[in-house]
Design a protein around this ligand. Structure first.
Ligand SMILES: Nc1ncnc2c1ncn2[C@@H]1O[C@H](COP(=O)(O)OP(=O)(O)OP(=O)(O)O)[C@@H](O)[C@H]1O
Ligand SMILES: [Mg+2]
Length: 286
């Protein structure tokens, strides 16, 4: 089942700018089984708009979506159980401020699970476990989310979605604003959840190093269009990334630079620094 976009377009309308078409004619299928997908694209390319469709937070202006069997069209349909959709597809917003609203971290994370007919004690336990999963200790439970740092807010908003245990997780730039160690911890957590539970995880990111190292499917947005859907390997080998206003991973850039300037012929398609270093050693220039 999962999520299927059929010819979806979405217009924002504002008094100042009139209509602005943010995503155009999107056809896309995301299954609920074990996918680990990166969604990339230049600023303003439509990634967040696409993500907001995935749990019916916004409705397409034209075209339709099928989300776990529910048909989503431009019009709100009384028969569609939107709560069911939100339970199946969890969306972590790009800006955690929009997601956090309770007076303590604990209450915030408990909010979702409390809708699922469980006891307060059970919800508290889930809140604590989810918080620990994202790398924050129990001392955060009674703190006010408003007073947390950007990175801490981000982690709490992720914990809130993990606590709901959805089948598909959609995370809008979950690692932006985190320090490099924090970024790795979270990426390892997402990969771990994906591997152990088989849940599908969609992650919006600008970090091509992460895309190359962690993902097996990547979607590229450019000016509202979905212009690529395939493996990172194919994307970086066969696409002119500049055409999409995007960069290559650092390993590819560095190895290519060395090839060009030292007349070498190294295989530039190395995913990690370690692999790149091994390739350089093989070329015996160090
Ligand atoms: N509420 C809104 N009203 C009008 N236009 C909007 C609104 N929200 C987004 N847009 C426009 O729609 C386009 C797509 O926005 P979106 O937030 O989906 O991009 P994005 O790819 O997530 O960008 P970023 O990488 O900066 O987060 C942008 O040009 C943006 O200016
Ligand atoms: Mg965005």
């Amino acid at each position: 089942m999962g999520i299927r976009f059929n010819q979806v377009s979405y217009d924002y309308s504002s008094f100042a700018q009139g209509l602005y078409t943010a995503i155009k004619d999107i056809n896309l299928e995301i299954t609920e089984k074990h996918e680990f997908i990166a969604l990339v694209g230049h600023t303003g390319s439509g990634k967040s708009t696409l993500a907001k469709h995935m749990n019916a937070l916004i409705f397409p202006t034209s075209g339709n979506l099928e989300i776990f069997g529910h048909l989503i069209t431009a019009k709100r349909n009384k028969k569609v159980k939107y709560n069911d959709i939100r339970k199946k597809v969890g969306l972590v917003f790009q800006f955690p401020e929009y997601q956090l609203f309770e007076e303590t971290v604990e209450k915030d994370i408990m909010f979702g699970p409390m809708n699922f007919k469980i006891t307060k004690e059970e919800a508290k336990l889930i809140a604590k476990e989810s918080l620990n999963l994202v790398g924050l200790d129990d001392s955060y439970l009674l703190r006010n989310p408003y007073n947390l740092s950007g990175g801490e807010k981000k982690r709490v908003s992720i914990a809130g979605i993990l606590a709901m245990d959805p089948d598909i997780l959609v995370l809008d730039e979950p690692t932006s604003g985190l320090d490099p160690a924090g970024r790795r911890v979270l990426m390892d957590l997402f990969k771990d959840i994906n591997e152990k539970t088989g849940k599908t995880i969609v992650i919006i990111t600008h970090d091509m190093d992460l895309v190359y190292q962690y993902f097996n499917r990547v979607l590229v947005m450019n000016d509202g269009h979905l212009v690529f859907d395939g493996t990172p390997e194919t994307l970086f080998r066969e696409t002119d990334m500049a055409k999409h206003h995007l960069d290559y991973p650092n390993t590819i850039k560095v190895l290519n630079y060395l090839n060009q300037n030292l007349g070498l012929n190294m295989n530039i398609y190395q995913k990690t620094n370690e692999a790149a270093l091994a390739e350089i050693k093989k070329a015996a220039i160090i």
